[in-house]
Ligand binder design. Structure first.
Ligand code: XIL
Length: 315
């Protein structure tokens, strides 16, 4: 029938969206599109650490559980986002308040508690998010400073212990094409696999902009991870533009969305393609990138853009 979800059927690639839980509660049209157009969902915010453990030891799973229930009711899978990150951590989690040994215990406990809570209900986890800089050096974060680079392998081991069936992912932005950052991920993936660390997937967020052009080497990049035997996924695709919108930018945007989808469909082990919000009505882009917007496949009025049609036709 007439949806991305039906177009994707049989392709081996799940079509997903990030979900804004307040929109899901208040906006019936939004809810209908999530349910009918997609077969995978990701929490845009409610599975992040600040949301699930606002005070140390007090967990709040309510919003995340609502998403998991919604997904189950609609025959969808859930990507878990995210266990280890340098943003959107709870305010109690500061470097001064704890020793490195305590921080290690805190991280371990966080990962184990969260993965266990969703065991069997979240099929993929972004275990570590954005751990490299664009130049391929490790990002200077609370985790690197307190625990050293071994925290990445530890995070995967802890997550695997808590749910041995979940597929465990690295995830980042500006890592779609072949470049210094994706080279670092390639080397890391190889190294962790050779050490027997349970890592199963490479996530590329896919936050693009028409004014930057599109990475031409996406397929080459996806293919080299294919060859390592790990899954790949596009996890947060949006294609922003400098406002105002015009027909040329909309066409370029459609091309950007479909180029990433093509790379996924051409690959052997690319298993999902998720948009970071499907409508401009709730997109994070205008709030973060001054003067930019219109980054999703639906307008604020929930009209389908050329990008929507391009995704449909590419499947
Ligand atoms: C963004 C959300 O979309 C916003 O609502 C929130 O205010 C900030 O985070 N990379 C990621 C996502 O991995 O978690 C981010 O999501 C966008 C960039």
């Amino acid at each position: 029938s007439d949806s991305l979800r039906s177009a994707a059927r049989g392709s081996g690639v799940r079509i997903g969206t990030a979900v804004d839980m307040s929109a899901l509660a208040s906006d019936a049209d939004y809810r209908t599109i999530v349910a009918t157009e997609f077969d995978s969902v990701t929490a845009e915010n409610v599975m992040k650490w600040e949301a699930v453990e606002p005070e140390q030891g007090r967990y709040d799973w309510a919003a995340a559980d609502r998403l998991v229930d919604f997904a189950r009711a609609n025959g969808q899978v859930v990507r878990g986002h995210t266990l280890v990150w340098h943003n959107q951590n709870p305010s109690w989690l500061t470097e001064d308040a704890f020793t490195p040994a305590q921080l290690r215990q805190i991280l371990r406990n966080h990962i184990k508690t969260q993965v266990r809570h969703f065991k069997g209900r979240v099929y993929q986890w972004d275990v570590v998010n954005e751990v490299y800089n664009d130049d391929g050096t490790l990002r200077d974060t609370i985790w690197l400073r307190a625990l050293g680079p071994g925290y990445i392998a530890d995070a995967f081991r802890w997550a695997h212990e808590a749910d041995p069936k979940a597929k465990l992912y690295l995830n980042d932005y500006n890592n779609e094409g072949v470049n210094a950052k994706s080279d670092a991920y390639y080397a890391l993936t190889k190294q962790l696999r050779s050490q027997g660390v349970p890592i199963h997937g490479y996530g590329m967020q896919g936050h693009l902009g028409v004014q930057y052009g599109f990475p031409g080497s996406v397929f080459d990049n996806v293919r080299r991870f294919d060859a390592l035997g790990v899954q790949t996924a596009f996890t947060e695709v949006d294609v922003r533009m400098i406002l105002p919108v015009d027909a040329t930018k909309e066409q370029a945007q459609a091309y950007g969305f479909s180029t990433l989808l093509q790379a996924c469909l051409l690959a052997r082990h690319c298993v999902s393609y998720t948009v970071w919000g499907f409508t401009d009505r709730y997109s994070w882009v205008p709030g973060v990138f001054e003067g930019q917007g219109s980054a999703t496949p639906y307008t604020e009025d929930l009209q389908r853009k050329p990008a929507y049609q391009a995704l449909r036709n590419t499947f």
